[in-house]
Structure formats: structure tokens, C-alpha cells
Design a protein around this ligand. Structure first.
Ligand SMILES: [Zn+2]
Length: 251
């Protein structure tokens, strides 16, 4: 069985078809991550409607430029997450972004939100699903101040220095379909041991023009298998165990 641990499942128009397609290739569980104030309820709604969908709640670092009210909505966000603590499997997608968010004036607010999310993960004893694009140093500097059960770095493509640091600290790295063309993603796979790898679609993000879907992680597994020189079934079993360890509430 494969598990997609990072998917924006609420954004598909035909989620039932997307899930059926995934199940056909053995992707039986999908962790749906929220990004915005409005997506919190949508993630909860689809996870109650579809058996394969498991919820993760959090605020994405790009929300500061998408939603001018987010600062005033933070208490409400925290309340929603706390009141759904039983159902949710992780806090995510959260983090810092200094790549897609160009306006430096938004960085302090981004950090305030991220630190509130980390504190909440610590309080609720939940793993985190992290976005680090262009802010790898800032994210890695903050993490040791919090006691969080497990850390998943999503789609890592930053400097090798922080990749090494993350490996030393025992973080889990999730690999996207970008493995087919991205040297940075290939590098992450080559450096991280198979006992710290996970798979994700980040769908509906597009890959070479094609809509990203959970079913695609079957092909990601095959590519990881080639790069590691280990059989696909052996890697599938190991990644299953890794996922169970970091996101136990999905099982
Ligand atoms: Zn994402």
C-alpha cells in the first residue's frame, strides 16, 4: 500500500474520480493538507465524506499574501484546529516561504503564524508537514525550540547544508513527482536513507503541464527504486513503515 502524505485534495473538481484512480494503483490513503483559512473547513468536510482522506490542518506561508485578514483570523484558526484535535493527523501545510513571497514586509507575520502553528503542534502532540522554500535556514533554526513528535519536510529542494542537518536530526523527507526532472529532488532521494523517505503528490500542482494526482506516487516509487538500486516492493514496505511511524493517526 502507498500513502500520499501531502495533497491539496479539496482543490480537485472530481475528487471521487481522483481517489478511485489512486486506489487502482494501490494508493489507499491520502493526507489532505490545508493552506488557508477557508480550506480548514473544506479539508474537514472531504475527510468526513471520503474514507481514503485523512485531514491535516494548518496555514500555509503564502496565506499572508493571499488573505489580508489572516492576522485577525488567527484565533479562530487556532480554535478550529484545537476543536478538531481528535480527527486530525498532522499540523500542515505550515512553514516559511521566502521564494514565492517576494514582499519582505510580510515575513514577520509569516513567522508569527508559523511559530503559533509549531506551538500548537507541540501542545496537541502532532507531527508537522513543512514548507521551507527559500527559507530553509530560518525554518531549521526555529525547529529545535519546539518539542514536536515528528517532522516531515515536504518537497525539499534547498541547499545541501540544511538537507544534511535535517537528516542528522531525523526528519522525514517526502518526494514528489518532480523527481522525474528535478536535480534537487533526485539529490534529496540520493542523500536520505530509505527509512526516512515518504511519498507525496502535492496535487493538484502540475508536473510538466500534467495535473498532479495521488496515483502518480506509484511512478515516484518506481523512480526512487531505480535511484536507490533497491526493489520497488522493498521500498514500498519501508515507506509504509515510515508513514506509520510519523503519521500514526492515519492507521
Ligand atoms: Zn503543498
Amino acid at each position: 500500500m502507498l500513502i500520499d502524505i501531502h495533497c491539496h485534495a479539496n482543490l480537485y473538481l472530481t475528487l471521487d474520480e481522483i481517489i478511485n484512480e489512486a486506489i487502482k494503483v494501490g494508493v489507499e490513503k491520502i493526507l489532505a493538507v490545508s493552506i488557508s483559512f477557508i480550506s480548514l473547513e473544506r479539508i474537514l468536510e472531504i475527510s468526513s465524506r471520503f474514507k481514503a482522506i485523512y485531514p491535516a490542518l494548518g496555514i500555509h506561508p503564502e496565506e499572508v499574501q493571499m488573505n489580508k485578514d489572516i492576522e485577525n483570523q488567527l484565533d479562530s484558526v487556532l480554535n478550529t484546529i484545537r476543536s478538531n484535535r481528535e480527527q486530525i493527523c498532522a499540523i500542515g501545510e505550515i512553514g516559511l516561504d521566502h521564494h514565492f513571497v517576494k514582499n519582505h514586509e510580510l515575513y514577520p507575520l509569516q513567522k508569527i503564524i508559523f511559530e503559533k502553528m509549531l506551538l500548537l503542534a507541540q501542545e496537541l502532540e502532532l507531527p508537522v508537514n513543512l514548507h521551507t522554500k527559500g527559507a530553509e535556514k530560518e525554518v531549521f533554526d526555529l525547529l529545535p525550540s519546539y518539542t514536536i513528535p515528528n517532522i516531515n519536510i515536504h518537497w525539499y529542494s534547498g541547499p545541501e547544508e540544511f538537507l544534511k542537518r535535517g537528516i542528522e536530526r531525523g526528519y522525514y523527507f517526502s518526494i514528489t513527482p518532480a523527481i522525474s526532472y528535478s536535480p534537487a529532488v533526485k539529490k534529496t532521494v540520493s542523500m536520505v536513507d530509505i527509512d526516512h523517505l515518504l511519498l507525496e503528490s502535492d496535487g493538484p500542482v502540475k508536473y510538466s503541464g500534467e495535473l498532479g494526482t495521488p496515483a502518480m506516487i506509484r511512478e515516484v516509487l518506481n523512480t526512487v527504486s531505480k535511484l536507490k538500486g533497491t526493489s520497488a516492493i522493498e521500498i514500498e514496505n519501508q515507506i509504509y513503515e515510515n508513514t506509520k511511524k510519523i503519521f500514526p493517526k492515519m492507521f
